[in-house]
Design a protein around this ligand. Structure first.
Ligand code: NI
Length: 135
């Protein structure tokens, strides 16, 4: 009997979408105002889903307190109120699109979860634009 538990979190961060291999003109063509040199911010909504068997002793798939703490230490402490391009090592050589941010979040969380547990990450960059990564 597999059940998915979900934890919603929030962080604010600045970024710029820019491919250094391209000219400024081409960056603007592809990324529009997201390539603006002085960065811009988003209120990111993050949903982390952990899927597994319900432990008969606790009735839990995964303790939500632990999941909350894990997201805080692995993600929020690093990304919240930061410039993703400048303040993190994750996006030194990786364009911080919602797609890439979701993958990085998944990669940061995965090693902390037991192998039988499934993990998926949904990242809302705006209310209407969101991405999912299931590993
Ligand atoms: Ni943006």
């Amino acid at each position: 009997m597999k059940v998915t538990v979900c934890r919603k979190e929030h962080f604010n961060a600045a970024h710029r979408l820019y491919n250094p291999a391209w000219s400024d003109e081409h960056n603007t063509e592809v990324f529009g105002p997201c390539a603006n040199v002085n960065y811009h911010g988003h209120n990111y909504e993050l949903v982390v889903r952990v899927t597994g068997e319900v432990d008969p002793d606790t009735g839990y798939v995964y303790d939500m307190k632990l999941l909350s703490t894990l997201i805080k230490t692995e993600i929020l402490d690093t990304f919240d109120h930061r410039n993703l391009n400048l303040d993190t090592t994750d996006f030194r050589n990786l364009i911080p699109t919602a797609e890439n941010i979701a993958v990085i979040i998944w990669q940061r969380l995965r090693p902390h979860l037991a192998a039988p547990l499934g993990l998926s990450v949904t990242l809302f960059e705006t209310e209407r634009n969101f991405v999912e990564y299931h590993g």
